[in-house]
Write a protein that binds this ligand. Structure first.
Ligand SMILES: Nc1ncnc2c1ncn2[C@@H]1O[C@H](COP(=O)(O)OP(=O)(O)OP(=O)(O)O)[C@@H](O)[C@H]1O
Ligand SMILES: CC(C)(CO)[C@@H](O)C(=O)NCCC(=O)O
Length: 410
């Protein structure tokens, strides 16, 4: 099956009954899936976890067993939605939804879904999997997902500058306000003031879709990662017009521009008397990546300035944990803010919306599990309602690792 699924355990080795709670984020470019997978022996009355939970001040519910397990992540290209449907079907993930408890006799299964595709593909899901998509607001899900990751998951946020990655210590009591910049096909900029307290303050259509779309046309690359890989070997100065190109090799020091600053992205192409074939795809990819990343970094900084925000978290699958992308964004934020603002990145960069949709199961009356999170590893409060979650990361830092967690069962 030609898909982009990244699941930490061999999914097919999991007994079907252990998988539950599928949530989807169906975007313009990619479909993201999050689902909970129980450990074999997890359905138990776990006194240790319960007492940990209580010692942290959260109310335990003695009537319900504690279920230990992992959140799993997978993604597919939206254009290959049939592969995604096939994956869900083969794993029986679609059974991990909920029944409408207001209509007890109803056998309709609802799956939590967010993103534009929750509207666009609702009929397809009904036709192929006989499930209804219970739509959750995209911005709300992004914020819920970001707050969850930042408060509950150890070593989730990091800075990246000059090739140096440093994990940030996030104090959950001193998280707000911050700017969340989600770079998907397009870009959303959201000022976050608390759990469920946010405002989408800006956006730009020059995003990941622009990089991949233009890159595909200009380089003939067949997939996104190939285009990203090409940028490693490229030199943007071949195509970008630098201040030095205009100023005869010197800086324009009076206004603070060095000779190596890009004066005009792709600007050299107007004077080189060259055709597209005369440029190396590597150089095109590098210029394009720099142009998009710089622009997003600059607009983000301006919005952070607008609201006096010091921390900017960048997410979305455009980033892909790619060094040059993160470096460019960090340099742009650092340059424009004169070191006042800081760019940070998230390990689960592309799964914020899907995680937010997953968390929204909490609102439902489920006949399987409810998603009250309790401590297992790191004692961090994740919700103002007093619920706690302990999470731990496993695997390498590729952003697709599963997250260990526990939920209450019914
Ligand atoms: N394998 C891939 N195929 C296509 N795009 C990819 C891939 N990996 C990373 N990307 C990048 O990630 C972007 C999509 O990111 P993401 O999944 O966060 O957004 P989306 O939800 O699809 O978009 P939107 O929120 O705007 O609807 C693409 O536009 C592209 O730049
Ligand atoms: C339309 C959405 C929200 C869909 O995810 C996203 O692609 C986006 O934020 N685009 C940028 C639109 C704009 O603000 O110009």
């Amino acid at each position: 099956m030609d898909h982009l699924a990244h699941v930490s355990n061999q999914p097919n080795s999991q007994p079907q009954s252990q998988i539950s709670h599928l949530a989807l984020d169906i975007g313009g470019s990619l479909i993201k899936l999050v689902y909970f997978c129980r450990y074999d022996d997890s359905c138990r009355d776990d006194d240790e976890l319960r007492s940990q939970n209580e010692s942290l001040g959260s109310k335990s519910d003695n009537s319900r067993p504690v279920l230990g397990g992992k959140l799993h992540f997978a993604k597919f290209e939206t254009s290959k939605i049939n592969d995604c449907l096939e994956f869900i079907h083969s794993m029986k993930l679609h059974l991990g939804g909920f029944h409408d408890c207001t209509a007890p006799s109803s056998d309709k299964i609802f799956i939590k879904a967010t993103g534009g595709g929750a509207y666009k593909f609702a009929d397809l899901f009904k036709e192929k999997l006989s499930v209804s998509l219970d739509k959750e607001d995209e911005m709300e899900c992004l914020v819920t997902g970001a707050n969850f990751l930042l408060k509950a998951v150890h070593q989730e946020a990091f800075t990246y500058l000059d090739g140096q990655k440093e994990f940030a210590q996030i104090d959950p009591n001193d998280l707000y306000p911050y700017l969340l910049v989600n770079i998907g096909s397009g870009v959303s900029m959201i000022k976050v003031d608390g759990d469920g307290k946010f405002e989408r303050v800006s956006g730009t259509s020059l995003g990941g879709g622009t990089f991949w779309g233009l890159g595909r046309l200009l380089t003939k690359c067949k997939n996104f990662d190939e285009l990203l890989e090409l940028s490693h070997q490229g030199n943007n100065r071949v195509i970008d017009m630098l201040v030095g190109d205009i100023y005869g090799g010197t800086d324009y020091a009076k206004i603070g521009l060095s000779a190596t600053t890009i004066a005009s992205s792709f600007g050299k192409a107007i004077s080189d008397n060259k055709e597209l074939v005369d440029y190396k795809p590597e150089d095109i990819s590098r210029s394009l990546l720099r142009m998009i990343s710089n622009n997003i970094g600059q607009i983000s900084y301006l919005n952070a300035l607008r609201f006096g925000l010091k921390r900017i978290f960048f997410a979305g699958f455009f980033i892909r944990g790619h060094a040059y992308t993160m470096d460019t964004i960090s340099v742009a934020v650092n340059f424009w803010s004169k070191g006042e603002a800081e760019a940070m990145f998230l390990r689960h960069e592309g799964f914020l919306g899907a995680l937010g949709a997953f968390m929204s199961y909490e609102k439902q009356c489920l006949d399987g599990l409810t998603v009250n999170k309790i401590p297992q590893r790191f004692p961090i409060s994740v919700s103002s309602a007093g619920n706690k979650i302990y999470c731990s990361m496993n695997g390498k830092s590729n952003g697709n690792e599963s997250i260990e967690c526990t939920v209450y069962g019914t």
